[in-house]
Design a binder for this molecule. Structure first.
Ligand code: NOJ
Length: 752
């Protein structure tokens, strides 16, 4: 088959740039239909199914239409106009020899029209049920426009906020990322097989991509097999077991092998060990990128490496369509391998019901967008995603007691930027900013002044700050919204410094100098280093870009209609020099003690070993600014009577533990109770703590609830020195607490 050379010259020139199904799900009927279809397909048609192209700029006549009619395109990405989707589908279904429908893909990452908080914000809710409901809304809206495949969820573990894509994931913890990922998959893929509102999930990026060296996107990763198996692979296994229909290979090379050509991880681990029978798609042009990686000599070689590794579909490299036919002819690759890939693709199309229902209703799709219940779910997700990091009692504000507020800062009225990264379809006109929400919902009870102070997050013009300060002098309270524009996080948008951009810090300091209470709201795509800003603020709310209804959520939290319950899904460093900094690091032989001599206390000519020879930075210590799992409320909680049912367990036992959780304050609120475990000794060093369970628990003032949790001891298993997944007998400690840095350990033993 000839590649679409004329049609896609650009893509050839940018070579250097740029519920499927575990076997348990496979249905015999579908397998029969797949086999029947496959036996009728020509090699060209098979390779067509293995080709995914971005077609939005291509006219519906000419070479592209011809390719569709010849069955040479299996899938398209980025089509969101239902009329166009139907037109393309008609050519594939009614005018091609075999009538195989297209699958239409799109990056629907945190909502389609109704935008939810970025995934890192969704993670901060610690609420998988809510995340699942949000994903369902995204599926309802996107499938109404004809999108049946989303490239989400991103299950990359990320321990480096410099990496812009930290915005797109669920943070630094393996167990937690697995739980959130499974929830999203369920939401997208829906319930009844074949329901036209089901959207295939794509778990990505397989694997290790979040560990890019230096937090610089596309950079190499160097993760040994045990670290992959203990930390980076489990969320993907959980996704496969939850029935994720598709998976995407990542851009990075790990230990020298690009993931799109990584036979060991894709073919051996994913396919053989995990029995994944879904569709594996490359990332955008990642087949070709094995050439600049220096792993493939040319495009034909790249195509062969990807196919041999187990990549079924080539996204935007045109390497399969360009070379597989010839490679089969030469006997360099077997048609059997191609058949396997096509089977995986057709299976997904059958599972989605595309053969029965290829078209979308053109006239009604808009009715599905921004439904009141979708907006309410977005608001609720934003409410639960906001983390209260500090509060001297200024929050919540009583709208009947204070007479006036100044709303200021570049993010106070930034409808585009508060949506966050990966928003192709959401519209800023539908976005409610904090300014708008405070005016609309609270403006009748107090005077609301507005001075932006700065026009955008990178703004360095000081003249606006003077105006904001003048306005601040005339009000009772200042609400300053700072952070990052959405373009500063996401793919390829990495930062070496995590400080607030522009003169935002100066803005906060100038407002503070007025003596008025300052409430700081940070809206960002990543953890920022905000130690100074915390000290300048009377209260600080952190909101990972909160989406369409973010402003309403923040206003409701500020004025006490809602109570903060978000918790950090990532560690917040004091300075970017501390990263990677994560709570579940391995035990060091010389852990930080807390009594070491810090930079400012070092006497002149101090003795070489007098400062304390432990693992820390002279200028930043070893502790983070805020630990994983942290978040305040408008009330306080107490954990008492933490008990376990035995002190010694066998490997097959289940531990039952219980504790009393009391709301010790005056406000009804929700606590996120967390269970951490440490395996004290192992055949390899073990993390100092690992999250094993979490639960949101709502309590009225003064209320106590006895919470009972079960923990199967098998969940303490890890990949040990012999590269076997086992629970090693020995001493363990557990903590039940409100974050990863507090609580008292309870010891127990696991016997053979
Ligand atoms: C590249 C990104 O890495 C991936 O996450 C995304 O799904 C594809 N492009 C498609 O847009």
């Amino acid at each position: 088959m000839k590649p679409f050379k004329k049609l896609f010259p650009l893509f050839f020139s940018v070579l250097l740039a740029c519920s499927c199904a575990s076997s348990a799900n496979t249905d015999l009927n579908i397998e029969k239909k797949v086999a029947g279809l496959l036996s009728n397909m020509t090699l060209d048609e098979k390779i067509g199914q293995m080709t995914l192209i971005s077609s939005t700029d291509l006219p519906l006549d000419g070479e592209f239409a011809e390719a569709l009619r010849k069955g040479q395109v299996g899938s398209v990405i980025n089509e969101v106009d239902p009329a166009r989707v139907n037109a393309l589908q008609r050519m594939a279904v009614e005018e091609s020899r075999l009538g195989i429908p297209l699958i239409v893909g799109r990056d629907v990452i945190h909502g389609f029209k109704t935008i939810f908080p970025i995934p890192l914000g969704l993670a901060a809710t610690f609420n998988p049920t809510l995340v699942e409901q949000g994903a369902r809304v995204a599926a309802l809206e996107a499938t109404a426009a004809g999108v049946r495949w989303t490239f989400s969820p991103m299950l990359d573990i990320t321990r480096d906020p410099r990496w812009g894509r930290i915005a797109e994931g669920f943070g630094e913890d393996t167990y937690f990322t697995s739980a959130m990922g499974v929830a999203m998959i369920r939401g997208y893929q829906g319930g009844e097989p074949g329901d036209p509102s089901n959207m295939a999930a794509c778990i990505k990026h397989f694997v290790g991509y979040g560990a890019a060296e230096g937090g610089r996107d596309y950079n190499s990763t160097n993760l040994p097999e045990r670290v992959l198996r203990n930390v980076y692979l489990p969320p993907f296994l959980a996704g496969v077991q939850a029935g994720a229909m598709t998976l995407m290979t990542s851009f990075n090379d790990n230990d020298g092998v690009p993931m799109t050509g990584n036979r060991f991880l894709v073919r051996n681990v994913l396919r053989h060990e995990w029995d994944f029978t879904g569709l594996v798609v490359s990332d955008w042009a990642s087949v070709n990128e094995m050439i600049p990686h220096g792993f493939a000599t040319d495009q034909a070689h790249a195509a062969r490496l990807a196919l041999e590794a187990g990549v079924d579909m080539d996204m935007m490299s045109f390497a399969y369509v360009g070379h597989l036919g010839k490679l089969v002819g030469e006997g360099a690759v077997s048609e059997k391998m191609i058949d396997e890939a096509v089977r995986n693709i057709l299976r997904v199309k059958f599972q989605l019901g595309l053969f029965d229902n290829p078209y979308v209703q053109e006239d009604v799709h808009r009715e599905m967008f921004y439904k009141p219940e979708h907006l309410e779910l977005s608001r609720q997700s934003a409410v639960q995603s906001v983390i209260l990091l500090s509060n001297d009692g200024t929050l919540p504000l009583d709208a009947d007691k204070i007479r006036s507020v100044l709303v200021t800062g570049p993010m106070a009225d930034a409808p585009h930027d508060q949506l966050g990264t990966w928003v192709f379809d959401g519209e800023e006109q539908a976005t409610v900013t904090p300014l708008k929400a405070i005016r609309e919902h609270y403006g009748h009870r107090l005077r609301v002044l507005y001075q932006p102070g700065l026009k955008y997050s990178r703004d360095k013009d000081l003249s606006g700050i003077r105006k904001a300060v003048e306005a601040a002098r005339t009000v009772d309270v200042v609400i300053v919204c700072v952070g990052e524009e959405s373009i500063l996080s996401g793919e390829a948008h990495c930062l070496a410094s995590l400080d607030l951009q522009g003169t935002q810090s100066e803005l906060i300091a100038a407002l503070k100098s007025t003596g008025k209470p300052v409430i700081t709201v940070v809206m960002a795509g990543r953890p920022l280093t905000i130690e100074k800003e915390v000290s300048l603020s009377n209260a600080l709310l952190y909101s990972f870009h909160p989406g369409t209804m973010g402003g309403v959520a923040l206003a409701d939290l500020i004025f006490g209609k809602e109570v903060p319950s978000g918790r950090l899904p990532v560690t917040f460093p004091k300075t970017s020099g501390q990263v990677p900094l994560y709570y579940n690091h391995n035990s060091s032989g010389r852990p930080f003690q807390g009594n070491e001599t810090m930079l400012d206390q070092i006497p002149l000519k101090a003795g070489q070993t007098s400062l304390g020879n432990t693992s820390f930075y002279l200028d930043a210590g070893a502790a983070p600014l805020f630990p994983f799992g942290f978040g305040l409320s408008y009330t306080t909680f107490a954990y008492t009577n933490i008990r376990i049912d035995q002190v010694s367990y066998h490997q097959n036992d289940t531990m039952t533990m219980s504790f009393d959780l009391t709301n010790t304050g005056k406000t009804a609120a929700t606590e996120v109770a967390q269970l951490y475990v440490c395996d004290k000794t192992g055949s390899v060093t073990r993390p100092v703590k690992e999250l094993k369970k979490f639960e949101r628990i709502a309590l009225n003032p003064g209320e106590t609830r006895t919470v009972i949790w079960n923990l199967p001891i098998s969940e303490l298993a890890f990949w040990n020195l012999q590269m076997e997944k086992v629970v090693e007998p020995g001493q363990f400690a557990l903590w039940v607490s409100g974050d990863s840095a507090s609580g008292e350990p309870i010891l127990f033993e696991v016997k053979k």
